[in-house]
Design a protein around this ligand. Structure first.
Ligand SMILES: [Zn+2]
Length: 80
C-alpha cells in the first residue's frame, strides 16, 4: 500500500508500485583510451593482456523518477 506520487491517491493493498521516469537529461560520455583490460591468447597460445578503448558517446540519464500506481504508469510514455 502506498501513495501514488503522480495522482496522489492511496492504492489498495498488494498493488505493485511502478517506478516511472519523469525527467531525463542528455549525457555525454567521454572517450576513454585503454578503458577495457582483458586477457586473450596470442598466436602462440600465450595469454596476453590486451586493452581496447571505450568509444564514449551520448545517451540519456534519469534525472527524476516517481513511484506510480499501474494506472498512472500506463499514461507515461516509455521513452519519456
Ligand atoms: Zn496514480
Amino acid at each position: 500500500m502506498f501513495v501514488c506520487q503522480l495522482c496522489g491517491t492511496t492504492v489498495p493493498p498488494r498493488t505493485p508500485a511502478v517506478r516511472v521516469v519523469t525527467r531525463r537529461r542528455p549525457k555525454q560520455y567521454p572517450f576513454r583510451p585503454n578503458a577495457n583490460v582483458f586477457w586473450r591468447p596470442d598466436d602462440d597460445g600465450k595469454m596476453k593482456e590486451r586493452k581496447t578503448n571505450d568509444p564514449g558517446g551520448v545517451g540519456w540519464e534519469i534525472a527524476e523518477q516517481a513511484l506510480a500506481c499501474p494506472a498512472c504508469a500506463a499514461t507515461v510514455p516509455p521513452d519519456g
